[in-house]
Each structure stands twice: as C-alpha cells, then as structure tokens.
Design a protein. Structure first.
Length: 328
C-alpha cells in the first residue's frame, strides 16, 4: 500500500489560514455592480415634449425641476445634480429614480434608449392623480465643451449654432491663422475668428477654410459637415432655394442689416450673417451675408440681408466660412 505524508512544516498552518479566509468570504455579500456606471445621462438635455395631466399648478411647478432644457452634471450613489445649483438625494432601483425634493420624495420612472430620455411621474395611479411625462434628447457638445442646440427640419437634425471648435474631434488643434498672407498660402486646415477677434465666437462661431471643412472629423462625434446634397435636401423641404433662405434666417435687424428681407426663421435654423474671410486674407460682410461650407469640394451656401434666397455657389478652398453640422 502506498502512503503519502506532508513533509513541509508550514503546510498545516497555511491550510488553517486559507480555511479561515474562505469562511470570511462565505459570510460576505458578493460585490454588487454599480447601477450608475451604465446610466449615460450626464450632459445637456433639450426638452422635446412636456405633458401634465390632472395636476394643480403648485404641484406641477414643484415636480418640474427640469421642465425646460437642463443639464445633469453628476449622478452617483446618493445624489443627482441638475443644472448649477439643484442637487437632490437620489437612488436608482431598476427603472425608477427616487429623487428627494424639498418635503417630498418623488419616484420617476425613466427610459433611455441611448438617444431619448423620458421621465414619467404618476402621483396616484389608482385615483387618476397628477401625471407628468417629459422627453429630452441630448444636446450636441464639441471637444472644446461648446454646447449646441438642435432642430429637426424634415428628416434631418441640424445644429442651431455655427461650429465653434478650435480642435478636431480627435483632439488635434486646428491651426488658427491671423496673418493675411499666411492665410492666402495655406494648403491645409486653418481657422480664424472674424477680424481676428475672439469676441465674435459666441454669436457667429469660427471661420474655417475648406481644408478644415472636408477633414471628416471637425464636427462632434455623431455629426458631420453636410454635403451639397444634404443642403439641397434642406432647401427642397423648405420649398426650394428661392424661398428657403427666408425660412432659415433669424428675424429682425439686431444682427442682420436692414431690411433682412423675407426672414421668418420658421424652420428654427436661426441663420446669422457671420461674414467671410477671402482667400487673400481680408474679412468682409459680417452683418450682411452668411456663408456655410458643404463637405462637397468647393460648394457652399449663402444668405443675404436683402432677400430670402438660399444661394449655391462654388469657391476657393482658402476662403474662410462658417460650418453648420448635421446629425449622422
């Protein structure tokens, strides 16, 4: 008969040690997954719809913490921060958010499909009490942190502001060129502020040459510079180029020169006259003319202060124009 013996003097103490450790872990709860790590709702949200039924005004106002556009800044075990100053106690249980507001604990059902976020509140489902349903979509944000509102026009989703980024969406800087002669000689991507004045950024965005516009990665992820065909699709939806321009222009004469003819902005596009930088480096036409690149070589669109036509022209790649991104 073959027998085995344990030779090492340390084997028995080690065995006791491992038995002790195993007993400890048997008594412990398993590590629970973080229920918040896949809840990708941090960001700027634009309201799509809001519906309240059977609610009195005080209750509706109390529950409408995010009735219009809002920003969810932080979410984690314990709190949710909405906009700049509103932080609430918060917990998450499957598809229900429990948000503790002043003197009231509110349960909000939510759904999020990666694009649309919906909150649903029901005060008393059995007695037909107050119910509020609100849907939001995420606003676009570029790599610099600039936030863009959006508008649906036909089957397309457009940004409402001109592009302001100083970097491609991979983090690479776009060269900013102030010198006119250097601008004229550029054969690669370049950008500038109108009149080399960064104060024009917030209203009109950045002027880019066509090398930048055709790069393929200047708009935020999920967005792109519209092609000539996509601009034509927009124009056709608004009734054709002879009247589409007026439906795209912001109304009034605060930013457009008078008379800003035929401007209704009924599309919500809110086109502004950001001017241009010519291929030889000179700036011109702010307040009078808006120019936007397409991604199709040399083609661009133009709007004028004295008419409602959406013009389609070809131009030199060195010219500086605005960009308005469209959703993929």
């Amino acid at each position: 008969m073959v027998s085995f013996s344990i030779k090492s003097p340390f084997s028995l103490p080690l065995a006791i040690f491992f038995l002790f450790v195993s007993l400890i872990f048997v008594g412990c709860d398993p590590i629970k997954p973080n229920p918040y790590e896949n809840l990708d709702i941090i960001g700027i949200w634009e309201q799509d719809s809001y519906r309240a039924e059977n609610c009195n005004a005080p209750l509706e106002n109390e529950l409408s913490y995010c009735k219009n556009n809002c920003e969810i800044l932080q979410i984690g075990a314990g709190t949710i921060t909405i906009d700049e100053y509103e932080t609430y106690e918060f917990s998450l249980n499957k598809d229900t958010m429990i948000i503790v507001m002043p003197n009231k604990k509110v349960s909000l059902k939510y759904t999020y499909d990666g694009d649309v976020l919906t909150f649903f509140y029901q005060q008393d489902i059995f007695s037909g009490g107050c119910s509020i349903t609100t849907t939001y979509h995420k606003a676009a944000t570029d790599i610099d942190g600039n936030i863009y509102h959006t508008v649906d026009i036909g089957t397309q989703t457009w940004m409402v502001e001109n592009l302001k980024t100083t970097r491609f969406n991979d983090g690479t800087d776009i060269p900013f060129v102030s010198d006119g002669k250097q601008w004229e000689n550029m054969t690669s991507a370049a950008a500038c502020w109108y009149d080399n004045n960064h104060l024009y950024k917030e209203l009109y965005g950045v002027l880019y040459n066509f090398y930048a516009a055709k790069s393929g990665n200047i708009c935020p992820q999920g967005w792109h510079v519209p092609s000539d065909a996509e601009w034509t699709k927009l124009s056709n939806f608004l009734g054709g180029e002879t009247i589409a321009g007026g439906k795209l222009k912001e109304t009034g004469t605060n930013l457009w020169w008078s008379p800003n003819s035929e401007a209704t902005n009924e599309s919500g596009f809110t086109a502004l006259p950001g001017g241009t930088r010519y291929n030889f480096g000179q700036f011109d036409n702010i307040g009078r003319v808006g120019y936007w690149w397409t991604s199709t070589p040399e083609w661009y669109r133009q709007l004028l202060w004295q008419e409602g036509v959406l013009h389609r022209y070809g131009n030199l790649w060195q010219n500086g124009m605005c960009i308005r991104c469209v959703k993929n």
